[in-house]
Design a protein around this ligand. Structure first.
Ligand code: AMP
Length: 187
C-alpha cells in the first residue's frame, strides 16, 4: 500500500508516518529528512541546498525528484511507501505519477492533514526546543507556511479529485488522527 501524507509543516505528517511505517511495515520517504542528511553529510547537493533550506524556501523540483527516483524503483520497497513531505508542487506530483506508473505502482491513499496557521506556529515553536532545527525560527516558520500554501495549493486541487483523497482535521489529538487514518486503510 502506497500512502501520501500531505499538509503544512507541523501538521503531524512525521508522527503519522512513523505510525504507518510500524503498522504496515512500510518505508517512509521524507524528503525533508533526505535533504537534511545531504546537508549533514556535506555532499555536493547538501552545499547547493543549505541556504534555501535554512531560509524556509523550497528546494528545486529537479534536485528533489532526482533524490527520490532510486528509492521508488527499489523492488524491495515496491508498494510499501509512506510519502511524507513529497510531493509538494504540481511538478513533483506529476513526476511521482510517472515514477509510480513506470514501476507498476499506484497511490492507494492520500491523507491531507489540515491545520491552520496559528496552531502550526505553536507546534513548531515547541518542536524547535525539542529538535533544534534551524528552519524552525518564527520568521522562517511563517515563510515555510506561506511557501507551502502557495506552492501546494495546486497539488491539493490535483489530488482532491482522486477518490482516495481524505481530508482530516489535523488539529485533533494524535490518537484521534491515527484512528481516522485507520478507518480508511482498513487493515
Ligand atoms: P520538512 O521536514 O518536510 O518540513 O521539510 C523541511 C524543508 O525541506 C522544507 O522547508 C524545504 O526547504 C525542504 N523540502 C522538503 N521536502 C521538499 C520537497 N518535496 N520539495 C522541495 N523542498 C522540500
Amino acid at each position: 500500500m502506497n500512502i501520501i501524507l500531505f499538509g503544512p509543516p507541523g501538521a503531524g505528517k512525521g508522527t503519522q508516518s512513523q505510525y504507518l511505517v510500524n503498522k504496515l511495515n512500510n518505508y517512509q520517504i521524507s524528503t525533508g529528512d533526505i535533504l537534511r542528511s545531504e546537508i549533514k553529510n556535506d555532499t555536493v547537493i547538501g552545499k547547493q541546498i543549505i541556504n534555501d533550506m535554512n531560509e524556509g524556501k523550497f528546494v528545486s523540483d529537479e534536485i528533489v525528484n532526482q533524490l527520490i527516483e532510486k528509492l521508488i524503483h527499489d523492488p524491495k520497497k515496491k508498494d510499501k511507501f509512506i510519502f511524507d513531505g513529497y510531493p509538494r508542487s504540481l511538478s513533483q506530483a506529476k513526476n511521482l505519477d510517472l515514477l509510480l506508473d513506470s514501476s507498476n505502482q499506484t497511490i492507494n491513499h492520500i491523507f491531507f492533514l489540515n491545520v491552520n496557521k496559528d496552531i502550526i506556529i505553536k507546534r513548531i515553536e515547541k518542536r524547535k526546543v525539542l529538535e533544534n532545527r534551524l528552519d524552525d525560527e518564527l520568521e522562517t516558520i511563517l515563510k515555510r507556511y506561506d511557501t507551502y500554501m502557495e506552492t501546494t495549493r495546486p497539488v491539493l486541487d490535483y489530488y482532491s479529485k482522486n477518490p482516495n483523497f481524505h481530508e482530516i482535521d489535523g488539529t485533533q489529538e494524535i490518537d484521534e488522527i491515527t484512528k481516522k487514518i485507520d478507518t480508511f486503510i482498513n487493515v
